[in-house]
Design a protein around this ligand. Sequence first.
Ligand SMILES: C[S@@+](CC[C@H](N)C(=O)[O-])C[C@H]1O[C@@H](n2cnc3c(N)ncnc32)[C@H](O)[C@@H]1O
Length: 379
Amino acid sequence: MENIDSVKNIIKNWKINKVILSNPVKKGDGLIFRSTIERVEIKGTDRFRISDFVDKKVLHRIEDCVNDIIIDKMCNNGFKNCDISGNINAVILKNKKDMFTVTGIKKGTDEYISKQHNREKNRIIKEGEKIGWMYELGLMSEDGHIIPNKAKKFKQINRFLEMTDDIEKYIPENAHILDMGCGKSYLTFAMYYYFNIIKRKNVTIKGLDLKKDVVEHCNKLAEKFGFDKLRFYCMDIADTKDDEKIDMMITLHACDTATDYALYHAIRHGCKVIMSVPCCQHELNKTIENDELDIIMKHGILKERFAALLTDAFRAEMLEIFGYKTDVMEFIDMEHTPKNLLIRAIQGNKKSSDENLEKLKALSKKYNVEPSIIKLFES
Ligand SMILES: C[S@@+](CC[C@H](N)C(=O)[O-])C[C@H]1O[C@@H](n2cnc3c(N)ncnc32)[C@H](O)[C@@H]1O
């Protein structure tokens, strides 16, 4: 147990990256029930963003130094729990007698700081300034901050844009882009913003989804913001006609085999660029068998993960077979979503390879699976 003075001393010397203060001493309307502190880089300088959660609002402010603020929040009847990460990671707990326990102490990392900074710096959509469509889609507050429960989605769309930025040169001016299974269309709007407002490439983007109400809402929003080359259609990916010119196809978490249909149509469209983050993969897990891999197959979770990896391997290989230079990359850290692979394919000059297709079919037999991505090309 530590008394107030010794805990103050401990906090004073902490090199802090992130803090979560919770379990307030006083609870009620208009009172802060949670507070977070995060190191951020602003105009090349390390600073801290403090977010105080009050009722349904989040109040943000930026400070240069936070050690005394944490001491104040912990020691002066503010919070009973304080989870700190920095050069040391630990949790400080306060009891009713104003005594403190410092628990879960682990060595932290300074590397984390620079990693975080670089990420912040590279973000294509930045926080701090209100962006109309982000606000209307419920991602951003009036003052341009990300709504806390949308932080994961914000990270996903930014990461998708960063990975698009790496291959942006392959997307021509006036290109046509198709987002299959666009859902609430955070990514679709973000791609439009990236290509037409940041890069000024005058692209046309179409979003497809099965949900009529969401499609209608997205069309209204596109109109409201004058995004005249952004339109949404209520349609099954499977019914896509392949007679249109499409330069790029994207999917973000299109459910199960919807990703296969999307890839199939993208290949048939002859898209120059395909970027697809698959979702859950159930298809292969239903039938997969292989005696040689019994040590995997006998554990449900390993079998499921192996089937998911095999699904994406079949997808990537089919793209290669059809002449695409294909990379399977980590999309986002596991802590944000387990659906963390991105298949990125760029059309190359190679001709389709029948021999490799036969090898792939043989592999599917070996594992007793019938991947949609192969079946679709046979039908
Ligand atoms: C998990 S959500 C992802 C939405 C969006 N891409 C995102 O990441 O926010 C999957 C979406 O795919 C749509 N979807 C699933 N199967 C589809 C199909 N066959 N045709 C069109 N949309 C489909 C669903 O309606 C849902 O909105």
